[in-house]
Design a protein around this ligand. Structure first.
Ligand code: IPE
Ligand code: IPE
Ligand code: MG
Length: 249
């Protein structure tokens, strides 16, 4: 079936990119539903088009040397959506997870963050398999947040630390920020440098709230399905021009 999808901007855009690229970019892939609505199509078509953008942007991140790229795929709050939409997203995810050879060939490590226990079994198993198969790669960490919530993640860290305290392995009074960080889903990933949210919404929606404590934020009205490589270039130039002080002078 042929749908009137927009052509993706597959070509590499800027001839040059800034020197100080972020170590970790996080993307909130928002605006799929509105993209479809504008075309009088059901929301699931927006998700399909968004998945294409996702694929293209991951490839671009890998090619320009971004070391960590995180994508918000499905939040702990997204279960509030109609079942039909949830099913469409899960089906797309299943399709996508079975088409990851290119990442492995490109030596990309895949890491899934979020609570896997509530996901359909086949999806959960495939996620674990991909994590295992790509563990040895270090060209880029591709972090996919699925059934992820920042507060849920911090509660998960708190439970682990509390259990260790009860077992006598740690002293509760000596819990540090670093220890909390080591018990998050992102324990092997550096903090977010650049958080990008398209679609005109100006909020984090519970994404990487701990890890974004000192992130730079970049917002654009472009809807995620239309987020081309040139949009990422703009964000990278904007980021490069900012002065990060981390509380210093
Ligand atoms: C983001 O697009 C994708 C997911 C949350 C899975 P939306 O579906 O939120 O699109 P809008 O915000 O309704 O346009
Ligand atoms: C955030 O988008 C979640 C994902 C992109 C997966 P939402 O569309 O769910 O966020 P809100 O509801 O507008 O805050
Ligand atoms: Mg949305």
């Amino acid at each position: 079936m042929a749908f009137p999808f927009l052509k993706k901007d597959m070509a590499k855009t800027e001839k040059s990119l800034p020197e100080n690229l972020p170590q970790h970019i996080a993307f909130i892939m928002d605006g799929n539903g509105r993209w479809a609505k504008k075309r009088n199509m059901p929301r699931k078509f927006g998700h399909r088009e968004g998945a294409k953008t996702f694929h293209d942007i991951t490839r671009y991140c890998r090619s320009i040397g971004i070391k960590n790229a995180s994508f918000y795929v499905f939040s702990t709050e997204n279960w509030r959506r109609p079942q039909e939409e949830i099913d469409a997203i899960m089906n797309l995810l299943w399709e996508y997870l079975n088409d990851c050879d290119e990442y492995l060939e490109q030596e990309v490590r895949m890491i899934f963050i979020g609570d896997k226990s509530r996901l359909p079994e086949r999806i959960r198993n495939r996620m674990i398999e991909l994590e295992e198969d790509s563990k040895k790669y270090d060209k880029m960490n591709l972090i996919l947040a699925i059934n992820y919530g920042g507060r849920d993640e911090i509660a998960y860290a708190a439970r682990q630390l509390a259990q260790k305290a009860v077992n006598g392995e740690i002293d509760p009074l000596s819990i540090t920020e670093e220890m909390i960080g080591e018990h998050l889903y992102t324990k092997e990933i550096p903090d977010v440098d650049l958080m990008i949210r398209p679609s005109g919404e100006l909020r984090l929606s519970n994404f990487l709230i701990w890890q974004c404590a000192y992130a730079e934020y970049y917002f654009t009205d472009v809807l995620w399905p239309d987020f081309a490589r040139s949009e990422l270039d703009k964000a990278l130039w904007d980021y490069a021009g900012r002065g990060r002080r981390f509380g210093g002078v």
